[in-house]
Design a protein around this ligand. Structure first.
Ligand code: FAD
Ligand code: UDP
Length: 385
């Protein structure tokens, strides 16, 4: 891992690491990017299924959605984005309903031919009134949509996804999904939604394709190893992993995908969620539906199972708890006490970040790094508030 000169080391070739590497290389820095994986792209990794030729979202469905024009401008330099409409159904007791909950869902679920105003009033009557701000996922859900919708669409799914009671999960997780009193069924509320035509791995590959960037794959980084005088380290791996888990392990959920192939099509929408607790998986994804501009006779789908991440498993989702975490505070403090290392990205900051937010934060982190270097100021461990 020796490199001449005081290069910057970026640990992780996911979208956060690739964004930082690109901005710094364009500003004239030599950058070494290492990743323990044998491909770039991190959790957004896509590859063609050798049997069907379909672009598979290897670590789960990834749809690019953002209102941030700077982020769109940045990613559009490295990929052609196809406009995309993400539709999701929920299978509740064998019946399919549109998600997020919209007017069609409400009409079908309650068996009433509501107008928009009637549906809003009906849900409003069911919502449980609290005398305080919602403190967790369950309170947020019950006070927004009432018990019937919560139990059908959210309670079981959230228990399966997070392996914890919804009352232990932060209220903000529920607020990721909208409730709509119209027939709009697009999953995301952002103005623009798209898919990189050749997949995310190709996009990240283009980001890293710069004479100032060297990429070493299959190269795990350990903070106790001699990495040869880097002027700064940007670390996008798990925060507790940087410290070799010295205070204990932070909680993550891992995922397992069970792939199967069928002739023709398997389901109507790209993703079908299964909130019922007696179904062991959370959702089924049909990959070819993420590339509607391509045509295939066959289909590959993935059943997604969530489980608690052990020492040998891959961390997918940091588990933030409604009650906060003194262990996380301890790792954050340890990180803040270091010199010459900054923590960015989903695992590095232990937050659930969508891709556009991860890129937006990585852009800000790299610009802030360049400004501080020019002004001879200390570079912080964390750049987000
Ligand atoms: P990562 O992609 O995790 O990259 C970190 C990299 O660091 C990895 O490549 C890893 O191998 C490497 N690494 C870790 N430790 C070391 C080490 N010690 N040495 C060397 N390398 C190391 N976002 C959306 O916007 N839309 C979606 O639809 C969406 N769907 C998602 C679905 C799932 C199932 C999941 C889990 C996430 C989803 N996301 C989605 C979020 C998205 O995956 C993240 O925003 C994105 O992956 C963050 O990129 P990152 O570079 O911060 O982290
Ligand atoms: N959720 C749920 N039922 C669903 C879909 C989502 O209960 O059918 C909950 C679940 O807790 C999830 C959260 O809502 O973590 C946010 O959903 P989102 O689709 O944003 O999660 P993602 O798949 O992007 O992690």
């Amino acid at each position: 891992m020796a490199l001449e000169g005081p290069a910057v080391l970026v640990v992780g070739a996911g979208i956060s690491g690739a964004t930082i590497a690109r901005v710094l290389a364009e500003a004239g820095h030599e950058v070494l990017v290492v990743d323990s994986a044998t491909h770039v792209g991190g959790h957004c990794h896509t590859e063609r299924d050798p049997e069907t030729g379909i672009m598979r979202h290897v670590h789960g469905p990834h749809i690019f959605h953002s209102d941030d024009e700077h982020v769109w401008h940045f990613v559009s330099r490295f990929a052609i984005f196809e406009p995309f409409e993400f539709a999701v159904d929920a299978d509740v007791g064998g019946r399919l309903f549109h998600l997020p909950i919209n007017l069609d869902t409400l009409r079908a679920f309650f068996g009433k031919d509501f107008t928009s105003a009637q549906a809003e009033a009906y849900v409003g009557e069911r919502a449980i009134k609290l005398d305080h701000a919602p403190r967790n996922f369950e309170e947020q859900a019950l006070s927004s949509i009432g018990p019937e919708l919560y139990e059908a669409f959210f309670k079981g799914y959230t228990q399966k996804q997070w392996g914890r009671a919804p009352a232990d999960i932060p209220a903000a997780v529920f607020r990721r999904l909208q409730l709509r009193f119209n027939e709009d069924r697009t999953y995301f509320h952002h103005a623009r939604v798209g898919m990189p035509r050749e997949g995310y791995t190709a996009m990240v590959g283009h980001m890293l394709d710069h004479p100032g960037i060297r990429v070493e794959l299959g190269t795990p980084y350990r903070s106790d190893q001699d990495v040869g005088g880097f002027s700064h380290v940007f670390y996008t791996g798990p925060l507790d992993g940087y410290f070799d888990y010295q205070f204990g392990r932070l909680p993550y959920r891992s995922l397992r995908f069970e792939n199967f192939r069928v002739d023709g099509d398997f389901q109507q929408t790209a993703t079908v969620n299964y909130p019922d607790l007696d179904v062991p998986y959370t959702r089924i994804t049909e990959h070819k539906k993420f590339a509607p501009w391509e045509h295939f006779e066959r289909s590959i789908c993935s059943r997604e199972y969530s489980f608690e991440c052990g020492a040998k498993d891959t961390p997918y989702y940091p588990v933030n708890l409604a009650s906060g975490s003194s262990l996380l505070d301890r790792y954050r403090q340890a990180a803040t006490d270091l010199e010459g290392v900054s923590f960015v990205g989903r695992l590095g900051t232990f937050r659930y970040l969508d891709m556009d937010v991860a890129i937006g934060e990585a852009l800000k982190a790299s610009r802030s790094f360049l400004e501080r270097r020019n002004a001879n100021e200390k570079v912080p461990a964390f750049f987000h508030a």
